[in-house]
Ligand binder design. Structure first.
Ligand code: PGA
Length: 245
């Protein structure tokens, strides 16, 4: 695992965007695995800048998102489909038909989950997966549990996650209690993984992730097994790790 400590959120966003841009340039038909949340917002702004000012071309790119709230359709302002359209897709030359986000409003959610993984296989797998990390060590919505799921599945959100995400809703009661999420296997099959973390709230999770131990209590720790992971962490998120590692 390559750990790059950067000064702050802005630097993290630029470094992450540079890595994605490299992939897009070297493989204009790449499949990018994308994430939502506060963490990647700056990176998406930087990709939009690169598209507008430097001609970064997304016309043949395909994207696959990690997760979606259960019960929210894509036109709900708090849905992750809506987020992706607003924060990235509407501002670059990507074909929206080539952007996939799980459908949280699907009638048959089990079928939706099965088809989501099948589609990733059909696309030839994910070339580069972008990840954030929860303060509780979750990746996508793979929450700390006794057992982790391999494939895309419907999951209960933990109290921590519901609380953390309530900042985007008018009240905590409006936060969905379940989500559709790619599983640990779906994520680990990506050829390359980039994880971003910023702020003191992520320091404990980053410490676990770099501890040399793997535990389902901190699902991100499984990433230590992957052969091509880069972490861009800012000084606050890195404050509990030994940087010389
Ligand atoms: P955040 O969420 O980017 O909003 O901090 C990250 C995550 O929960 O994976």
């Amino acid at each position: 695992m390559k750990i790059v400590v950067v000064k702050d959120y802005a630097q993290m966003s630029i470094k992450g965007a540079e890595l994605i841009a490299e992939t897009v340039k070297s493989n204009p038909e790449a499949v990018l695995g994308l994430a939502t949340g506060s963490t990647p917002e700056g990176l998406y702004s930087e990709l939009i800048r690169m598209h507008k000012e430097e001609g970064l071309d997304f016309s043949k790119i395909t994207t696959v998102n990690l997760d979606e709230y259960y019960g929210l359709s894509g036109d709900h302002p708090q849905s992750y489909r809506y987020f992706m359209n607003e924060k990235l897709f509407n501002h670059v030359n990507i074909d929206k038909n080539n952007t996939y986000v799980p459908n949280g409003g699907a009638e048959d959610i089990q079928e939706e989950c099965k088809n989501y993984d099948k589609n990733i296989e059909k696309l030839g797998g994910i070339d580069l997966q972008l990840l954030g990390i929860g303060g509780n060590g979750h990746i996508a919505f793979n929450e700390p549990e006794e057992e982790l799921n391999f494939g895309t599945h419907l999951t209960d959100l933990t109290k921590d996650t519901i609380e953390a995400n309530s900042r985007f809703f008018d009240s905590i009661d409006e936060v969905p209690k379940k989500a559709v999420t790619m599983g640990i296997g779906s994520i680990m099959k990506a050829k390359k993984i980039v994880l971003l973390a910023s702020g003191k709230g992520k320091a404990e999770a980053i410490k676990e992730l770099t501890s040399g131990k793997i535990t389902t209590d901190s699902p991100a720790t499984i990433l230590q097994v992957h052969h091509d992971v880069t972490l861009f962490v800012d000084e606050d998120a890195a404050s509990l790790i030994n940087i010389s590692k």
